[in-house]
Ligand binder design. Sequence first.
Ligand code: ATP
Ligand code: MG
Length: 464
Amino acid sequence: MAGLPVPGSQLITSEPDGPIAARIPRQVQAILETLWADGKSAYVVGGSLRDILLGRTPHDWDLATDARPEALQTLFPGAIYQNTFGTVAVQRDGAWYEITTFRRDHDYADFRRPHRVEFGATIEEDLARRDFSVNALAWGARPGEAEGLVDPFGGRADLDRRRLIAVGVAADRFGEDALRMIRAVRLAAQLEFTIAAGTLAAISRQAELVRHLSGERIARELEKLLAADRPSIGLRLMEATGLLREISTELADQRGVAQAKLVGEDLWDHTVRTVDAAARDSPVVRLAALVHDIGKPATAADGHFIGHDVVGADLAEALLGRLHFPRVAIERVGLLVRNHMFSYEPGWSDTAVRRMIGRISEPALAELLDLRAADNLGSGLPADAGGLDDLRVRIAGQIQARAVLDRSGLVIDGDDLITELGATQGPILGSILDRLVEIVLDEPARNDRPTLLLLAQAMLAEDR
Ligand code: ATP
Ligand code: MG
């Protein structure tokens, strides 16, 4: 269950060896105490517990209890019953905490999530349905009690070994829900853990079950993977296990395609290097980095990849469409891929710089430069190869000078052409405005009402 962000959680200090209780925020303690006082059992579970044991800052807090959703709504007035999986959200100091009734999953019909959920009676049952041992820990010490850690699958030791191992028989667990295989590679990247040999072998054998998953579920994991410090860890595992091919044959086909970049490395190596080099706080650039050369396998000929940017933009949009990324994100990534091959030279005129700004427009332009910097690093070049820093400065200069970049920057518009010059509505208006933009791009001083109206009048006369 993905919880909602917890503003207060940043206050937790990383002290993996201190007592666990000291690392649980007081809001979470208070929720636990309310449940305990009512005779219920209640625990901190899942990713948040795993993260504090690792000294990482959890981004949300999940709790598990034997209390039923109806009881939770009585105990916590204002709580919201979120879904049919028995999860109730409680708000404290502006942050939300998710409380899920113990569950026992069964009836996996089609390699996806269970079709129905049964409430369970014990924390052990609840932990048994979880995916990896490090995610199958629970903590619930009452004040004065010692450790309080429930660890039926050796998760604590696996945290120390920094490894992911399936709870129960890996092959069965992946057969129940194929998403767990993608979660494994995502968590391996996020936590910088290895995957136990048997668990990894089970992924390689059953990777094709991923095709039964919805695009949305895959996308949520992919997003988390791409937000890791080093997504390459997870991406390489995806490629090596065959998961990648189930998600994108075009990306999987990058393996083995020769590149005249780093010696001994192929196109897939270049892709993962580029993703790592992109700033982790920019999800769009990371995503674009992943797909920026997706068109290369299809266009490879004699060591060249002519048109791979245009072909790649279409393939990237199709892939992200299958994964149900938001429309705006798909369009943005498409734009970045389509334009990533620009070749700047210091000899570019200011007009050329302004034309680029007009074509790409902020903030996509900053992302395009970031993508190119990552692409450079992924090719073993300095980040600013190709005069990138110079181009950045020139773009900033033009933007600061408020140079006209498109029709909206002109001091006249279509209405002026109609009222002042008697032009008639129609495509001619747009074409005149575009020609005026070109003129002003070359010479910003011409963006002046009488000048533009006179120029427009001449154009109208020509076209009559
Ligand atoms: P993150 O830190 O990114 O939130 P997480 O492990 O908490 O990682 P969530 O999707 O928030 O991931 O899931 C919370 C918990 O629910 C997991 O730690 C795990 O115990 C369990 N879980 C989530 N998805 C599955 C699944 N598909 N199969 C089994 N258990 C799952
Ligand atoms: Mg979580």
